[in-house]
Design a protein around this ligand. Structure first.
Ligand SMILES: Nc1ncnc2c1ncn2[C@@H]1O[C@H](COP(=O)(O)OP(=O)(O)O)[C@@H](O)[C@H]1O
Ligand SMILES: O=c1ccn([C@@H]2O[C@H](COP(=O)(O)OP(=O)(O)O)[C@@H](O)[C@H]2O)c(=O)[nH]1
Length: 248
């Protein structure tokens, strides 16, 4: 028992079955697993994910909150946090904090935001990962990310996270424009020139992400042009477990 099979000198790491069963599985898998996977990292096989997650053991539940600039994402996230115990991570807030912290990427991020452009995925994903690891919670609202297909694919690849669902706040441009011009948070990008650029980026780059998730039946589209309370009534129903609804 427990003798390595001849010709198999690899260290035994996987502890799920006996050595023989494990060696048999590994030898059987060897013929069709692509060579880029290392047999020294059994976790890559016995995990359902294609690559090792940068989040280690953490496997949080994530809801993406998407919608045009000014559609009310931040406002509704605050309500969801209060009622349902999620942690709110706004990608835009994390990027603005990074500028303020004096980081080496600060100037680049500031210029991108001023132009309404999408910051490189690598930067945003690192900030999101760090925030997820820092918080002692396993339920996150990720607000304003992914903003393009590259963001989406890179995040899934790096973290292994697939969202539970995607909240999409659908709002006409005139309404969003009015809200952004009245937001009054001293944001450098809430001026009419940058707002127009952000709308264009939303239509060209962010809507395809929503279409992608729609094709996977993950999008919950909400009419965000209504007053805050009415929008939240609809949002609330999406977060309330089915059992609770039946009991109510
Ligand atoms: N349903 C709503 N009706 C009217 N104003 C709203 C509504 N939701 C948000 N606002 C206001 O519009 C502005 C933009 O909302 P915000 O939540 O910051 O949007 P986003 O995070 O999508 O950019 C804020 O000043 C907010 O108070
Ligand atoms: O994942 C993100 C989120 C935000 N941004 C930048 O931050 C700006 C503001 O985004 P935020 O979500 O804070 O505000 P919104 O435009 O939705 O009102 C965007 O226009 C982008 O320039 C980015 O590059 N990547």
């Amino acid at each position: 028992m427990n003798q390595p099979i001849e010709g198999n000198e690899e260290p035994y790491i996987y502890t799920g079955t006996s050595v023989h069963t494990d060696t048999f599985i590994r030898n059987s898998l060897r013929s069709f697993i692509p060579s880029r996977f290392s047999f020294n990292s059994p976790r890559l096989f016995f995990n359902s994910k294609a690559t090792e997650s940068t989040l280690g053991q953490k496997n949080p539940k994530v809801v993406f909150v998407l919608g045009g600039p000014g559609s009310g994402k931040g406002t509704q996230c605050a309500n969801i946090v209060e009622h349902f115990g999620y942690t709110h991570l706004s990608a835009g807030d994390l990027l603005r904090a990074e500028i303020k912290s004096g980081s080496e990427n600060g100037t680049m991020i500031q210029n991108m935001i001023k132009e309404g452009k999408i910051v490189p995925s690598e930067v945003t994903i690192k900030l999101l990962e760090k925030a997820i690891l820092e918080k002692d919670n396993d339920k996150f609202l990720i607000d304003g990310f992914p903003r393009n297909e590259e963001n989406r694919a890179a995040f899934e690849e790096v973290t292994g996270i697939v969202p539970e669902f995607v909240l999409f706040f659908d709002c006409p441009e005139e309404e969003m424009e009015k809200r952004l011009l009245g937001r009054n948070q001293g944001r450098e990008d809430d001026n009419i020139d940058t707002i127009r650029k952000r709308f264009k980026v939303f239509l060209e780059s962010s809507l395809p992400v929503i279409e992608y998730y729609n094709s996977k039946d993950k999008v919950r589209k909400i009419d965000a042009a209504k007053p805050v309370g009415e929008v939240f009534e609809v949002v609330k129903a999406l977060f309330t477990p089915v059992d609770d609804k039946a009991a109510a």
